[in-house]
Write a protein of this length. Structure first.
Ligand SMILES: [Zn+2]
Length: 93
């Protein structure tokens, strides 16, 4: 029996993917590819409870280490997160 992999198009990055989709955190119903799911999870992790300089610096360190090992869309997302964090950090000071 031949296993047919159904290709689905991710509405977030417009790329085709196979396998299990992830649920977008934006509306909890849009199915997106696992890469996008990962990057959304990263964004919400990075931006939750950032209410002190220490936490922001901590998150910047984590994001920084992810940026160097990432590529494509996720890379762009991470850079965006970093910008948001840096902006927050400026406001804290
Ligand atoms: Zn995607």
């Amino acid at each position: 029996m031949v296993k047919i992999e159904i290709r689905k198009k991710c509405p977030r990055c417009n790329e085709y993917y196979t396998g299990h989709p992830a649920l977008s955190r934006a509306d909890n119903k849009t199915k997106i590819c696992s890469k996008c799911g990962e990057s959304e999870a990263m964004i919400s992790f990075a931006l939750c409870n950032i209410n002190s300089k220490e936490i922001i610096n901590d998150r910047l360190n984590v994001i920084g280490s992810f940026i160097s090992g990432s590529s494509g869309l996720i890379h762009l997302h991470l850079i965006k997160i970093k910008d948001i964090l840096l902006e927050k950090l400026e406001k804290e000071e």
